[in-house]
Design a protein around this ligand. Structure first.
Ligand code: NAP
Length: 291
C-alpha cells in the first residue's frame, strides 16, 4: 500500500493562518512583529531564501527590515548592524543569512545577536536552554519536523526514532527536542552519521526515520520496516535534462520505493521545506508576544 503523503505546504499554510491571527492581535495592542534580515553578498540561493523570508513576513502582516550588504562588508560593519538591531525595539527577531563571506567569522556574528532576538535558535544560549528543557527559540528546520509529526498525528511518546545526520542545525537539535520529557518529545532517539557501522540495522527497527544527510538515496526501501513514518529533510540538486534549469530537487529518501513500504512520508519539495520559514515566523511572533 502506498504511504500517505504528509503535506508540508498545507501544514505550513495552517500555521501561517494561526500566526496571521496572532499578528493582528498584537497589532491591535500597538506591536507589529518585526524581523531584521541581513544578507551579505549576492549568492543566488541566499537571495532567493531571503526574498522568500521577507515575503512570508509581509504575507502575515509582519514587518521586515531588509538589509542587503555588499560582499565586501567588513566584520566590524556587520557587527555594528547587528548591535543596532539588538537595540531597535521595532525588531523582535534577527536573521543573518548564512553562509557569510569567508572573511567574516560566522560564529562571532551569531554570538553577537541578542539571545532574546535569536529567532534562528543558533545562539549557544538558545541551544543550552533547549537542551535543559527551558523555554527557548527552537531552530526552525528541526522544529518544523516536530510540528509535521505532531500535526500529522504521529505518536512520539515511546517511539523509536532514527535520525540520519548530526549537524548543529538539523540532526543534533532534532534529537534533543525529541528526547525532551514533554508532549512533543518522549521518543527514544538514535543518531546515525558517516561513522555509524550499519545504518540499516538502526533504521530497520525505527518507527520514525528522519533523513538529514544531504545525499540522495541515503534511505532505500530495504532499510525501513513496513509502516514506518519517513521524514525527508534533505534537499539535493540532481541533473535532469528534461528541466529548463537542467536540474531537479530530490531528498535523501528513495521516494517511490520507500513510499510503498512506509505509512507516512514527506515529499521533496513540499515537505519539510515550507516549514522552515514558517517556524522562523513563529519564533518572531513569539518574541514580539513576550514584549
Ligand atoms: P550537513 O551539515 O552537511 O550534515 C550532514 C550530516 O549527515 C552529517 O552529520 C554527516 O555525517 C551525515 N551524513 C552525510 N552523508 C551520510 C551518509 N551517507 N550516511 C550517514 N550519515 C551521513 O547538512 P545539514 O545542514 O544538516 O543538512 C542536511 C540536508 O538537509 C541537506 O540536504 C540540506 O540541504 C537539507 N536541509 C534542508 C532544510 C529545509 O528547510 N528543507 C534545512 C536545512 C537543511 P558526519 O557528521 O559524520 O559528516
Amino acid at each position: 500500500m502506498a504511504a500517505k503523503i504528509i503535506d508540508g505546504k498545507q501544514i505550513a499554510a495552517d500555521i501561517r493562518e494561526e500566526l496571521k491571527a496572532k499578528v493582528e492581535q498584537l497589532k491591535s495592542k500597538g506591536i507589529t512583529p518585526g524581523l531584521g534580515v541581513i544578507l551579505v553578498g549576492a549568492d543566488p540561493a541566499s537571495i532567493s531564501y531571503v526574498t522568500a523570508k521577507e515575503k512570508a513576513c509581509h504575507d502575515i502582516g509582519m514587518f521586515s527590515d531588509d538589509n542587503r550588504l555588499c560582499a565586501e562588508t567588513s566584520e566590524k560593519e556587520l557587527l555594528a548592524l547587528v548591535d543596532k538591531m539588538n537595540k531597535d525595539s521595532k525588531i523582535h527577531g534577527i536573521l543573518v543569512q548564512l553562509p557569510l563571506p569567508k572573511h567574516i567569522d560566522e560564529q562571532k556574528i551569531l554570538l553577537a545577536i541578542d539571545p532574546a532576538k535569536d529567532v534562528d535558535g543558533f545562539h549557544p544560549v538558545s541551544v543550552g536552554k533547549m537542551c535543559v528543557g527551558q523555554k527557548a527559540f527552537l531552530p526552525c528546520t528541526p522544529h518544523g519536523v516536530v510540528q509535521l509529526l505532531v500535526r500529522s498525528g504521529v505518536k512520539l511518546d515511546g517511539a523509536e526514532v532514527v535520525i540520519v545526520g548530526r549537524s548543529n542545525i538539523v540532526g543534533k537539535p532534532l534529537a534533543n527536542m525529541l528526547i525532551q520529557k514533554s508532549p512533543t518529545g518522549n521518543a527514544t532517539v538514535t543518531v546515525c552519521h558517516t561513522r555509524t557501522k550499519d545504518i540499516a540495522y538502526h533504521t530497520k527497527r525505527a518507527d520514525i526515520i528522519i533523513a538529514a544527510a544531504g545525499r540522495p538515496k541515503t534511505i532505500t526501501a530495504d532499510m525501513i520496516k513496513p509502516g514506518a513514518v519517513v521524514i525527508d529533510v534533505g534537499v539535493n540538486r540532481i541533473e535532469d535534462s528534461t528541466k529548463k534549469s537542467g536540474f531537479r530537487l530530490v531528498g535523501d529518501v528513495d521516494f517511490e520505493p520507500v513510499s510503498q513500504v512506509a505509512s507516512l512520508i514527506t515529499p521533496v519539495p513540499g515537505g519539510v521545506g515550507p516549514m522552515t520559514i514558517t517556524m522562523l515566523l513563529y519564533n518572531t511572533v513569539e518574541s514580539a508576544s513576550q514584549k
